[in-house]
Design a protein around this ligand. Structure first.
Ligand code: SAM
Length: 216
């Protein structure tokens, strides 16, 4: 079974990630090595490596592999950087960032998802991920400032909490609501008050629910 997963994972990297233009060796290596099937629920196991998001329970999803790869690449992390992730979900994105050598601080609003993600990450030996249950729309001031912020739920806007908790020279990668659709955006912090932003592509994420996100 594990051999089958190894083959499926190799094919996922080649056909879904490399062939769509992500050729960064470190990113490809992370996707070759992190066992995505351990992050999906038993009922979805056979779909672990397909080109699609999958349900993980509680009405939430693990994102499509290509989107996780694209966001990881756009985040442009270096080992030992501090990354704030909003929306732990399955823990897969956190595992990829941990594999890349960063220290990940990840917030999830649903306790059962956070607990499962923590269990899998511990089992795989990713000690560089810290998970908390809470409202990520407030950020996580305790460990700020961060080198990078990655938001994996659609936000109504680029929130001040994330901008403030980011270092100068840092980046935020996030899906933002643009009227009827969502746009994947990269924000660069140029100075304490100046930010630039780049629109990457349309995307589809579950909503960010919280004080500065959407209401339930
Ligand atoms: N990064 C995840 C992964 O690798 O599986 C995918 C995350 S899923 C698309 C979005 C997650 O954001 C859900 O688990 C959802 O519960 C969480 N979420 C939504 N609003 C949140 C908030 N205000 N704070 C923290 N997590 C939130």
């Amino acid at each position: 079974m594990n051999e089958d997963f190894d083959k499926l994972r190799e094919r996922m990297v080649k056909e879904q990630i490399f062939c769509r233009g992500i050729k960064d060796k470190r990113i490809l290596e992370a996707f070759r090595n992190v066992p995505r099937h351990l992050f999906v629920p038993e009922s979805q196991l056979r779909f672990s490596y397909i080109d699609s998001p999958l349900p993980i329970g509680e009405g939430q999803t693990i994102s499509q592999p290509y989107i996780v790869a694209l966001m990881s690449w756009l985040l442009d992390v270096q080992p030992s950087q501090k990354v704030l992730e909003i929306g732990t979900g399955s823990g897969y994105q956190a595992a990829i960032l941990a594999y890349l050598g960063t220290k990940v601080y990840s917030i999830e609003r649903i306790a059962s998802l956070a607990e499962r993600a923590e269990r899998v990450l511990t089992q795989l030996g990713y000690n560089n991920v810290e998970i908390t249950v809470g409202d990520g729309s407030l950020g996580w001031p305790q460990y700020s400032p961060y080198d990078r912020v990655i938001v994996t739920a659609a936000s109504p806007s680029i929130l001040d909490s994330w901008r403030q908790q980011l270092k100068i020279g840092g980046k935020i990668v996030l899906p933002v609501e643009y009227g009827l659709y969502q746009m994947l955006v990269v924000v660069d912090k140029i100075s304490e008050t100046e930010f630039s932003q780049k629109q990457i592509c349309e995307c589809v994420f579950v909503p960010l629910i919280g004080k500065y996100g959407y209401k339930k």
